[in-house]
Design a protein around this ligand. Structure first.
Ligand code: ADP
Length: 501
């Protein structure tokens, strides 16, 4: 996971641009091993495996067919040799024709010749040749005997007959024994082969299933893991961490293409966000400057008019009247400095000095600052402070500013006059000051926005949208709460709760 980085305020810095370019390059430069290729490879391996098994089975079947053909041929061949031997015995015992034996031995030879390929493949060409040579030798011995009979000399002398008989018997016994040995051996080997084939088939099936399970698991991992990673990326992007997605693996696939696209989108988002921020800043600066100009202009005009009156009529005025005008100037200056302080406090990061403060004194001083304007706006102010109200710990100037902002807002909400009721009570370890007016009230859809900086419903140039936001953060720094209740058309109550003591 890349390190979490917050969105830079001034757009993509050169370092960020370098980082983004580097990540994109690393993403794109890895060797390519796509999911499509991996899936194709898996299917190719499976196909090869199944193909191998099929070819193996076909080969084995052909082998079985050859052996069966061999066994059938050898079986018949052994029968013919047995028959030949029977007639051979009859010839020696009863003097029957030796041609019957000859017929059978020739049939045996023809059988071997007709199945020469199968025989050769099972016992080898050399062995097959030896077999045929043996049969031919036996045939020759019989032939010689038959020749003697045909030449009219059926009765050999005893010596020759014994020898011929012994030779034929010995040879006949030998080839018959060889044939039945061979048949037994090949039958056993065929049984063995069939057993091995069926066990092998089951073994291959088990292997195939295990292999398939392994491949399916691997493939699922290749897809599920990156999806999990991308869900985490999207989560952190939603949380505002716009740092690019770095390569997580050694090769490149479809997920890399997605990462590259998301990184491009992040770049775009960053740039768009900066543009938006910039235009919002411009709008805020516009609101701020026109609002500040208006809020400073009013008291400055009043000061200018009062000073002009003093300059023109100073000598004719009574001392009391002069003092009253100077007090007016002082009040206007206080208002001006409150507006300036709002501005300064909005940008200030330091911590103000806290001292014990009397809330009653604070409220009276703040009311005095707007006394003239209240009278002019025909707003009747009532201050009701509980007698045993404890002090609060705070910065008097900051707290005065909070109340001044609340009073001015209340007054501006009652352009046709009304009542401003200020009540200070003690409750649950807090001093609660409720500032209640009978003004226009706040629309429900605005209620959760009024504490945001630069939110104002006032005409351009008449409000900065800073009063409540600055007041909120001052009260918060004092460990208190600033709450609002309002009914459209009936009035609003702001409550400042500050920890007592
Ligand atoms: P500003 O007074 O410069 O607009 P504030 O932050 O002091 O900025 O107030 C924000 C908005 O809250 C005001 O524009 C107004 O719509 C609303 N508001 C604040 N106090 C009151 C009130 N007592 N009665 C009605 N609306 C109020």
């Amino acid at each position: 996971m890349p390190e979490a980085r917050a969105l830079p305020e001034g757009g993509l810095t050169p370092e960020d641009q370098l980082l983004h370019d580097d990540v994109q390059r690393r993403l794109e430069q890895r060797p390519r091993l796509t999911l499509r290729l991996r899936i194709t490879l898996v299917f190719a391996v499976c196909t090869l495996f199944i193909g191998g098994i099929t070819v193996g089975s076909v080969l084995m079947l052909s082998h079985v067919r050859t052996r069966t053909q061999f066994l059938e041929a050898m079986d018949e061949c052994a029968y013919e040799i047995q028959e030949a031997r029977r007639y051979e015995k009859n010839f020696f015992l009863y003097g029957t024709s030796p041609y019957d034996a000859l017929d059978h031995i020739r049939r045996a030879d023809r059988l071997l010749a007709a199945n020469a390929r199968a025989v050769g493949r099972v016992i080898g060409d050399e062995e097959a040749r030896r077999w045929r040579a043996s049969l031919e030798h036996y045939e020759r011995l019989l032939q010689d005997l038959a020749g003697e009979v045909a030449a009219g000399r059926p009765h050999f002398n005893a010596e020759v007959r014994r020898e011929a008989e012994a030779e034929l018997r010995r040879f006949g016994t030998e080839i018959l024994a060889n044939a039945s040995d061979l048949l037994d051996k090949e039958r056993r080997s065929m049984d063995e082969m069939l057993r091995t084939a069926s066990l092998g088939g089951i073994g291959l099936l088990v292997m195939m299933v295990l292999f398939m399970v392994f491949l399916a698991d691997q493939l699922a991992r290749q897809v599920i893991r990156p999806i999990g990673r991308f869900i985490r990326y999207v989560g952190r992007i939603a949380d505002g961490d716009f740092s690019p997605i770095s390569p997580a693996r050694r090769y490149r696939d479809e997920f890399s293409t997605l990462a590259v696209a998301i990184n491009r989108m992040l770049d775009e988002l960053t740039i768009r966000q900066q543009q938006l921020l910039q235009s919002r800043k411009m709008a805020a600066v516009g609101t701020l400057t026109s609002g500040v100009a208006h809020e400073l202009n009013n008291p400055l005009n009043n000061i200018s008019l009062t000073v002009e009156t003093l300059l023109d009529d100073f000598e004719e005025m009574e001392e009391k009247q002069q003092k009253k005008l100077l007090e007016d100037i002082f009040t206007q200056v206080q208002r001006t400095s409150a507006t300036v302080r709002n501005l300064l406090d909005f940008t200030r990061k330091d911590h103000p000095v806290f001292t014990p403060v009397s809330v009653s004194d604070l409220l009276e001083a703040s009311l005095k600052l707007v006394g003239n304007e209240l009278a002019l706006a025909r707003v009747e102010a009532h201050l009701d402070v509980a007698p045993d109200l404890p002090r609060v710990t705070g910065n008097p100037r900051n707290l005065e500013q909070v109340f001044l902002n609340l009073f001015l807002n209340a007054m501006e909400a009652m352009p046709d006059g009304g009542t401003l009721k200020i009540t200070a009570t003690r409750a649950d370890g807090f001093v609660r000051v409720a500032v209640q007016d009978t003004g226009s009230g706040i629309a429900p859809e605005h209620l959760d926005k009024i504490f945001e900086p630069f939110f104002t419903t006032k005409e351009a140039g008449e409000g900065t949208g800073l009063g409540l936001s600055v007041s909120y953060s001052i009260v918060e720094k004092h460990g208190g709460r600033l709450e609002v209740e309002s009914q459209l058309g009936r009035g609003t109550t702001f409550t400042v709760a500050l920890p007592a003591g």
